[in-house]
Design a protein around this ligand. Sequence first.
Ligand code: 13P
Ligand code: SF4
Length: 299
Amino acid sequence: MKNKIEQLKKEKNAVIMAHYYAPCEVQEVADYIGDSFYLAKIAKQSDAEIIVFCGVQFMGESAKTLNPHKKVLMPDPTADCAMAHMVKNGIIDEMKSKYDDLAVVCYINSTAELKAVSDVCVTSSNAVKIVKALPNKNIFFIPDRNLGRFVAQQVPEKNIILNDGCCPIHAKITAKQITAEKEKHPNAKVLSHPECEAEVLKLSDYIGSTADIIAFAKTDESSEYIICTEDGVNYKLITDNPHKRFYYPLPHPCCQDMKLNTLESVLSVLEKEDKEITISEDIRLKALIPLERMLELGL
Ligand code: 13P
Ligand code: SF4
């Protein structure tokens, strides 16, 4: 299957982009692997005719929004991020009516429709920097309350209003699970994604996006880590650091939607060129504004 995929990529001028949470065999055939910010940047720069996006719907949609003339295919378009929908109807208008200078800051893990009514997008690797750079005092941060709270702590000069959404996978990680791992591995550092709950972040030695966690583990002098994010990152962590040990809360955090990206489904979309992402032009043009603003402010 891997050979066929390589051959089709060349024949069709296609590239495969995979998030760090995709299964390891899919990361192995990918041309670009990264966190949400890196993949959005690469999608904008790519000159391939076809992008096979191995992630979840909001990532494929962002790639299509930035590349209207390319075919963006998803191996399984049902792969969705539960958090991307967690904003109640009407709440953005309600917040806008309360604050004159409100900026709606939209975590990239959201639908194209939500991006279309937002002022700027952020990812977990640039949210603090972008919120700091905004002229607005009042910020409505959607959809993730955990990333929003983390940003609010780093940017105390702003009034950050939180929305009640979260990632069901990260929210399941508990302080008790971390303490249990710490007892087994007392020298291990705790590295966490900001989508984790406050009680987990409090026990963490380092907090960052998937790419930040991977970069930290590579340069840090310790040899053992407890990783509080989806266990797909393990592939890159052990490839980069074969002599270090990585432990996960039990049960391992696993995003089933990310795991819908299989070698079989990658090969099938490359062969058939089906499962193309489409977005209405009206929504795309509106969603493009906050995405491009993120690319400008986030670099
Ligand atoms: P990153 O932007 O850190 O890759 O995170 C994406 C994601 O879905 C986290 O759950
Ligand atoms: Fe969404 Fe959570 Fe899966 Fe990330 S891990 S894609 S935030 S459901």
